[in-house]
Every structure is written in C-alpha cells, then in structure tokens.
Design a protein. Structure first.
Ligand SMILES: [Zn+2]
Ligand SMILES: [Zn+2]
Length: 57
C-alpha cells in the first residue's frame, strides 16, 4: 500500500497514514497495529473480545 500523508484520526498528528481494516480510519503509524492491520482502538477492542489462552505481553 502506498504511503498516504495526512492527519491521524486518533492523535491528530501529521505523518504517514495507515488505514484501519476494521473502522477505515486513517491513523499514523504510532496509532496503528501493523500486526493486525488495525488502529490501536480496534486492536484494543479485538484484544478485549478475544480470550487468549496465554497472554502475549
Ligand atoms: Zn496517531
Ligand atoms: Zn480501527
């Protein structure tokens, strides 16, 4: 995916944007979980909805 420069939908800072695959928001790399291709908010919700048998962190 090509880099898109804009304002982050979460923190409001300019930078290279990524698109959340769940909510479609443009978020900066700091607010993006590349492992899940989700913004940190969706990744957080996903983490809560999941019930991992062993914690990652
Ligand atoms: Zn951000
Ligand atoms: Zn999202």
């Amino acid at each position: 995916m090509a880099d898109v420069v804009g304002l982050c939908d979460i923190c409001g800072r300019p930078g290279s944007m990524c698109t959340c695959q769940l909510c479609g928001r443009f978020v900066c790399e700091r607010c993006y979980e590349h492992r899940h291709s989700l913004c940190i908010e969706c990744a957080h919700q996903k983490r809560r909805s999941d019930t991992p048998s062993h914690p990652i962190e």
